[in-house]
Design a binder for this molecule. Sequence first.
Ligand code: B12
Ligand code: SF4
Length: 712
Amino acid sequence: MKVCLVSAPTANDFAEKEIAESDAVRLIAEHSPLGILSLAAVLETQGIEQEIVDLNRLYYDYLQSDEFRQATLDFSTYAGRYFETKSFDVFGFSTICSSYPVTLRVAGEVKRAHPEAKVVLGGPQASVVDRQTMNAFRFIDFVVRGEAEQSFPMLLDSLSSASGGAEIPGVTFRRGDEVVRGPSSPPIADLDTLPFPAFHLYPYMKACQYIPLELGRGCPFACTFCSTNDFFRRRFRLKTPAHMISEMRRAKETYGIPQFDLVHDMFTVDRKRVVAFCEELLSCPEKFFWGCSARTDCIDDDLIALMAKAGCRGIFFGIETGSARMQKIVDKGLDLAEAKARIKSTDKRKIKTAVSLITGFPEETMEDLRDTVEFFMSSMRYDYADPQLCLLAPLAETPIHTQHKDELICDDIISDMSFQGWKQDARDREMIQKYPDIFPNFYSVPTPHLDRTFLKELREFILNGSANFRWLLVGLHQDSGSLLDVFTLWRNWREKNKGVFPDGNVTRYYASLSFHREFLEFVRSKYIGGHARASVALRALHDYEASFQAHPGETQAPSGQDPTEDASVYRMPIGLGDTPALAKGIKVTTLDVDYRKIVQCLRRNGRLDRVPVRTVSVVTRASAPSRTEIVQLSELSSQLMALCDGKRTVSEIAQEFGCVRPEVDGVPADKVCRLGLELLRQQHLVIVQAKSPCSPLVEASANQPVLAAAQA
Ligand code: B12
Ligand code: SF4
């Protein structure tokens, strides 16, 4: 028996060249497909020959191919050709809701190429829409539902025997034309008995940033929108600490990667077990770093401190909604004040925390949404918090889906849980429209109190805005009382002044530089002029961001072209006849308020209009193709930089500088000047062109007080 196991792609639209070439696509290859590698480990113990195919990787290859560039093949046909060359008895596809249409199209191509082979589906999506899928797509021979370590080997075994795969627990099969769902297979009671995932069959392990390992399975809660609780039959299980750590050690030793994504929907339900795990980790000679999921009501500050000490560097908190009313309606039941306190605590411990929020619940009102936006914005004040806002996707067979099954809406407003791209494939769309029961996550539930177009745009606005001008958004939120009001104002202003979105594509617009430019124009011309209370601070936040935008599309000069890249330039001391100039890509902007003070004020939710007025300079520098760095300059540095025009010599600069400040802390102006310039050169902010043989800088020991003064 030869088996090919195929992962579920997490990429689902990169038909756009611009996206295809972006970092997002390169990053998809960083996740090793734990589900099929766990299964592969079990099959290996039974001597079954197998191969792992990662559809994310194949997708990536496709994007590099001529077929993609010349638009001669779509991905499923490309994948079909790839599989034509492979000969297996069974092709097993893992499935996830977001890429279920493309997985089915690829599976169809495989069946066409290998009609004699069995096509089997497993994973979270096929498990819940097994019957519907097999009725609609005859090329699917079996669906293995839920945990498959026991049932899949049994299916393979029976395929080689007379029964041909019928009546196996956990397996949905065909009897003649009828699709039959066998009884469920029991959840695996002792997860320590499972073998170590077959990472060795995945050729890209060394390229992964972290290694996924299962801590356990099953969440005892029952939130109405969630699909995992049922999948693992709500049976909360954990691997023992000793077993977990032996797996982490083995993975680290084999692949040299000390970072782990410890997979469990609700790790912290059993506090004692978490403590035991952390203590065991702390007693290990080596260091491991890891992330996990938790509920804010199943964790406390002491536990967070212990987890941080034991190497926890990331936590996923599903907060879902900032409204206390909606918390009850969706059966999540979190205390929101407690949730905020936990986020503060993870920030204090430097644990990167995903704060996941959802909007688009059927019962949600504008007031609920306001509370969710408030929760999002209050999380933005923490450096280590990463708030996320998703549109609700009715995942198949969840209580929300079952309740609204007959009123699902199919239009262009698709949840980002299901589709994060710009242009959905026409073939996917056709399938989705034809089979709402199989692909409900691409639909929406009605939101009678909220306009879904508004929600979709709000999500794009808040996510792109927070990624690009975080403190300006926090400032606007604080100044106005709610970012929701600013968003409404901006939306009306944009519509009136800029018209419809180019291509009618809201996602693409918010990812573009036009959004940056136009939003800053709105803040300047509409908000600060007509609505702002703390207009001076907001103007400074605006100017700061505007200087940040000073380098659209500018890229770093290739190594060697920029004189600042040339090491020999640094070795030469600055001479009096040299002519300093601003380095390539540098721009200096003056602000009326100290930017750092504004940020400090926003962090503690203080009053913006009380931040003292003081002129400061910031310098922006394009430092990588898509990044800009900002440095706030000391007064001394900004005075010096203003004189570095590429024409004045160091001696002329010292003279002019000396007229304004004859000395700094007892150090004469010319020395301060040359040392300050040296510091700016070391920071790559100025370049120094040699004009004449130079006079050397004063001794390093004498530099220290002056450098400190220049840095202050
Ligand atoms: C890690 C993870 C990810 C990783 C994926 C890493 C990877 N390459 O696998 C990342 C972060 C990329 C990811 C992304 C997404 N994820 Co995710 N993710 C998970 C998570 C937390 C763990 C998955 C895992 O490794 N489990 C452990 C393994 C052992 O279990 P398993 O994969 O289910 O495999 C078992 C069985 O399913 C079965 N099986 C699996 N494949 C196959 C194949 C065959 C042939 C057979 C027979 C059996 C079989 O056997 C395995 C062993 O028992 C799950 C939740 C969970 N607890 O499972 C969500 C989950 C899978 N994700 C989900 C979703 C919705 C997403 C997203 C679409 C949206 C989002 N915002 O999260 C995105 C996709 C992004 C996009 N561009 O569209 C949903 C899927 C729901 C559904 N009905 O499909 C889940 C269930 C979470 C949830 N509560 O909603 N995810
Ligand atoms: S959302 Fe989280 S807590 Fe709620 S049922 Fe799902 S996994 Fe459990």
